[in-house]
Ligand binder design. Structure first.
Ligand code: HEC
Length: 419
């Protein structure tokens, strides 16, 4: 047993702790099942004594509080990357233990759609990385009696927060799959308790989401499903017109506009669910072509890659016929080891902004410049007026933006430099 503790102490754990009274929960002297860390002397490279769970001492030179800490409180749930012998249900892999809410039935008396009494006094615990949720049953003393899976068959995309709403339903917030991206699968969801028949899951696919008019789109509800295997009927509503029947529909949009076709799936017991797609009619997206001369698959650092970009647009002409000026084509080169951030790709419509405007929008310029009002820096309209006849302005000003400048616009607050 002692040997196991020593091994355990070497690796990291995530913990959920329960504070019934003020306490010291161990970090950074103890981790997991209060496995003690030892003091390491970086000068002599020697490992000292392990922290004492009954008399933990905070001897850090940065400590401004007590040196002797209260005895360490026991953890509630703890687990490492590897399989946990104590809590096998937590699975393995990247960790990020999260303590969700405890449900109290008495807070939702008279709310017909609230979670049932079964959840009373139970904690929802979840893991941001592992995408599971667990319902923890405790006895009156708060000790764990049972841990069971919760919504095991639903794919959550990194749940980062949750709470019971005033209606006694659960609300979850998902971060989405990728780090530091505006994730398309980030979402706020409401989880309803449904003790009986489960409603169908409506899924609507469109063959096209944008295009010139007349725009004929084929819709399919074929990927919808029903968790109880009930027969499902479908209705598709577009601009108040309802089509019903099998799983496939089509519709021709004759007028430009943004439409939200809505699919309603109804199971044989009358439970319904709906979903929508967005169709943009009246503007065919441009066809963009990038050709790379030489090897298109890889490059050697320091070498140059020659490429040519051409754009053809049904309504607006092309770069070849000169109707789309090169200045309206923004080419960016991104290196994303973790893939592309989908929200940065314009969908279904053209980016009509000029490249400069886009660059400004993505930089920090707006903290000091407004379009037509003076802020910490001059307004862009003023800048444009001053330099409208100066052919060298683009070069000179780009340089100033990168390297800093001052004195041109009178006494202003700051001098800006960029590194
Ligand atoms: C911290 C505040 C601040 C930020 C951020 C900032 N600027 Fe400025 N900018 C100024 C000030 C102050 C001036 C006036 C300097 C002067 O009088 O020469 C100025 C001047 C300019 C000018 C006119 C220069 C000239 O010589 O006439 C341009 C163009 C400009 N900024 C563009 C930008 C752009 C583009 C960005 C974003 C990449 C940006 N600025 C970000 C404060 C800022």
């Amino acid at each position: 047993m002692l040997v196991m503790i020593a091994l355990n102490a070497a690796h990291g754990y995530d913990e959920v702790n329960q504070a019934q009274k003020p306490g010291y929960f161990g970090w950074p002297l103890f981790v997991g099942g209060n496995y003690a860390y030892a003091k390491y002397d970086f000068e002599s490279k020697t490992i000292g004594a392990k922290a004492d769970a009954n008399k933990p001492m905070n001897t850090s030179p940065n400590n401004t509080g007590k040196t002797e800490l209260p005895p360490v409180s026991p953890p509630f749930v703890w687990y490492p990357y590897a399989e946990s012998p104590d809590f096998p249900l937590v699975k393995t892999g990247g960790r990020n233990a999260m303590a969700g809410p405890v449900y109290y039935s008495e807070n939702f008396k008279g709310k017909a759609e609230a979670f049932p009494d079964y959840f009373d006094g139970k904690l929802l615990m979840y893991d941001w990385m592992r995408n599971w949720m667990r319902l923890v049953t405790m006895n009156e003393k708060g000790a764990i009696m049972d841990i069971e899976p919760f919504m095991e068959n639903i794919q959550f995309n990194n749940t980062i927060d949750m709470a019971y709403g005033p209606d006694g339903k659960l609300y979850t917030l998902e971060y989405g799959t990728k780090w530091f991206a505006q994730n398309m699968d980030a979402r706020l969801s409401r989880i309803d308790y449904n003790g009986g028949n489960r409603p169908p899951h409506a899924e609507l696919k469109a063959s096209k989401v944008s295009g010139a008019i007349p725009l004929t789109v084929n819709f399919s509800a074929g990927e919808s499903s029903d968790p109880d295997g009930d027969a499902v009927t479908y209705e598709l509503e577009i601009k108040g017109e309802v089509q019903s029947g099998a799983t496939d529909f089509n519709y021709t949009f004759d007028k430009p506009g943004i439409y939200h076709p809505k699919l309603t799936a109804t199971d044989s017991k009358g439970s319904k669910s709906t979903t929508e797609v967005t169709i943009i009619a009246g503007n065919e997206p441009p066809v963009i072509d990038v050709t790379v001369s030489g090897n298109p698959d890889y490059f050697l650092p320091g070498g140059s890659v020659n490429y040519k970009v051409s754009v053809t647009d049904k309504e607006d002409g092309s770069t070849t016929d000169g109707k789309i000026a090169a200045v309206r084509v923004l080419t960016t080169l991104d290196f994303h080891p973790q893939g592309y951030d989908m929200t940065k790709i314009a969908q279904g419509h053209q980016r009509s902004e000029l490249p400069g405007k886009l660059l400004i929008a993505e930089s920090d310029c707006k903290s000091c410049h407004l379009i037509d009002q003076k802020s910490a820096g001059p307004s862009y309209k003023e800048v444009a007026k001053r330099y409208s006849k100066d052919v060298k302005a683009t070069d000179v000003l780009s340089n100033k933006i990168m390297n800093g400048g001052s004195g041109v616009w009178g006494k202003l607050l700051w001098l800006r430099t960029r590194s």
